[in-house]
Write a new protein. Structure first.
Ligand code: ADP
Length: 222
């Protein structure tokens, strides 16, 4: 509760500040008013994202019902994710999909979509313009593996074990500037656990990162 309150307080304080300014200065120019409204909108959007991620996380954590499983066609799902990534990055990175396996996956489509989408969105947000991002579907022995490889800023090794903690960020300002809630990897980890899968992180500072979800062999479907 303390962490969530803290996360909500900053944007609320900013919005409050602008509301008070607007109240105190009824003669504010159109331009200044528009600018204030734009900044307020950014902050309310941030709060909305935070609440949406909190609800997703609480749903994943409290869900006692078994995972609703289906056979997921990875070719179709990953092409959807790739399209969403292209919309998100507006052409600023090279995005590529490598389908090295044609195995289908037994799992919950919606949750998988959310986990894969979160990893891709992170790769985009933590990779400078012009970088390369690869979405990969492959097999390691009998285990199906989804991974996202980026040529981004990377992560110093001491931070890696803590990345899936709620609100843990290596660089607060970069996370905030790019619209991060600090909950994405906590959500990914929960979804992986619900699929008996493991989240693996390989990263080198300044060179890039690879986030992989390694599924158990029993989740392969044909
Ligand atoms: P956020 O909303 O802050 O991105 P996440 O839970 O998704 O929260 O990620 C936690 C932190 O892990 C991020 O703040 C960032 O420091 C780091 N991180 C996640 N993905 C990457 C990546 N692909 N490259 C570099 N750092 C990353």
């Amino acid at each position: 509760v303390a962490n969530v309150s803290h996360e909500l307080r900053t944007p609320l304080t900013v919005v409050n500040g602008y509301v008070e300014n607007l109240q105190d200065m009824p003669d504010l120019s159109q331009d200044s008013a528009r600018r204030a409204l734009q900044l307020m909108a950014e902050q309310t959007k941030r709060m909305e994202n935070l609440v949406a991620d909190l609800l997703t996380l609480s749903h994943l954590e409290n869900d006692l019902s078994p995972l609703l499983e289906e056979t997921v066609d990875m070719d179709v799902l990953l092409n959807e994710i790739l399209k969403e990534g292209q919309l998100l990055n507006g052409g600023s990175h090279s995005l590529r999909l490598e389908l090295q396996s044609n195995a289908k996956l037994l799992g919950n489509r919606e949750e998988l979509h959310s986990a894969f989408g979160n990893l891709l969105s992170n790769a985009i947000r933590y990779t400078p313009k012009g970088g390369a991002i690869i979405l990969r579907w492959a097999e390691r022995g009998d285990q199906p593996v989804f991974s996202v490889q980026d040529s981004g800023i990377g992560i110093p090794p001491q931070h890696i074990p803590r990345l899936t903690e709620r609100f843990y960020r290596v660089d607060r300002s970069r996370s905030r500037e790019t619209g991060g809630t600090g909950l994405g990897l906590a959500i990914v980890k929960h979804i992986a656990i619900r699929h008996q899968a493991k989240l693996e992180v390989l990263s080198e500072e300044g060179k890039g990162s690879t986030f992989s979800i390694v599924f158990p062999g029993k989740r392969t479907a044909n």
